[in-house]
Design a protein around this ligand. Structure first.
Ligand SMILES: [Mn+2]
Length: 323
């Protein structure tokens, strides 16, 4: 696949009036920040721009997303242009996929290396730290940016870089963040809300996963899980638990952390974090998932104990191969 230029992408956006923007299902901070940030900028440019998203996790209500998104009532929605962001695979648009399929023109902007470019126009950079950073590159100097736009994009950038910690962070990431700061955004508040604020229900669910944690493969690998019963007992919800594998990656000496979560429908969502020694994207791909070298996920059929065994075996094997 060959990337289109930012200029070609800007021209197509400029020529459209009604624009629908979407990102991957189970939206994370980058999905929300990039899509709502772009929508806000295009609204300022006079476009009729909306983000279609399956759910808006509560923690992102702290950044200025209000009025920019619609929860799924997507049937029969027409547009001039559909822009897919931070979404490696068209299927991961979820309920917005049929809208994408009907759109007369589509653009795909992403930073997942596995993305094969399913848009009419594509810009995929597997080395970019976030989709939000790519959106910033597209809009700066061309479309308007106000404090809310800058806040949303900044939130996406810090989310996907773990607050500029991940190795994906580049000089360009810091420059973009610096330029966004200059819009007078509440960067300290955004950072704290993204990384240091959780509901007490999340604290309780984290406690369950700490109890369930096991150190495997001579300390290379920390594994934990939570059942849907325990999620319910804690009064928590599935989307609140996205940060758990990140939390366990703190464990000294580990190369991989894996978190298995039993979903409402009985499927098991696996999320994995690594530090460069094991490619978790490759492990996730083997189960139809994807992601990045150091952060990836996949969904495996239940029951939970069998799914846990399957993923533990796969990670152990990857660690053996790496030695
Ligand atoms: Mn992303």
């Amino acid at each position: 696949m060959k990337n289109n230029s930012f200029d070609e992408i800007r021209q197509v956006i400029s020529g459209a009036e009604k624009i629908i923007i979407s990102a991957h299902t189970s939206p994370d901070g980058d999905a929300v920040g990039s899509s709502c940030g772009l929508a806000k900028s295009l609204r300022l440019a006079g476009k009729d721009a909306w983000v279609y998203i399956e759910e808006m996790p509560e923690k992102y209500l702290n950044i200025p997303v209000e009025g920019l998104y619609k929860l799924p009532e997507f049937e029969d929605t027409e547009c001039d242009l559909f822009i897919a962001l931070d979404c490696a695979d068209k299927k991961r648009l979820g309920l917005a996929e049929p809208v994408f399929d009907k759109a007369p023109k589509t653009i795909c902007i992403d930073h997942h290396g596995t993305n094969e470019g399913y848009g009419d126009l594509n810009y995929v950079d597997g080395d970019a730290a976030s989709a939000s950073e790519l959106v910033y590159e597209v809009i700066k100097d061309t479309f308007p940016i106000d404090e809310d736009t800058a806040t949303l994009i900044y939130a996406g950038i810090i989310y996907d870089t773990g607050g500029f910690r991940h190795s994906s962070t580049k000089p360009s990431t810091m420059r973009a963040a610096g330029e966004l700061m200059a819009y007078g955004i509440p960067f300290s508040k955004v950072y704290n809300r993204m990384f240091y604020t959780q509901n007490f229900t999340q604290t309780l669910a984290t406690a369950v996963t700490i109890n369930n944690a096991r150190l495997l493969h001579n300390g290379d690998f920390v594994f934990t899980y939570i059942t849907k019963d325990d999620i319910d007992k804690c009064g928590s919800s599935s989307s609140e638990l996205d940060g758990i594998s990140e939390y366990f990656k703190r464990t000294a000496g580990t190369k991989v952390s894996v978190f298995a979560k039993e979903k409402e429908n009985g499927e098991i969502r696996i999320s994995m974090r690594a530090d460069g020694e094991v490619n978790v994207s490759k492990i996730a791909s083997a189960f139809g998932g994807g992601g990045h070298v150091n952060a990836a996920g996949c969904t495996i059929e239940g029951p939970l104990d069998e799914a846990c065994k399957t993923i533990i075996d796969a990670v152990n094997k990857a660690l053996d191969d790496e030695e």
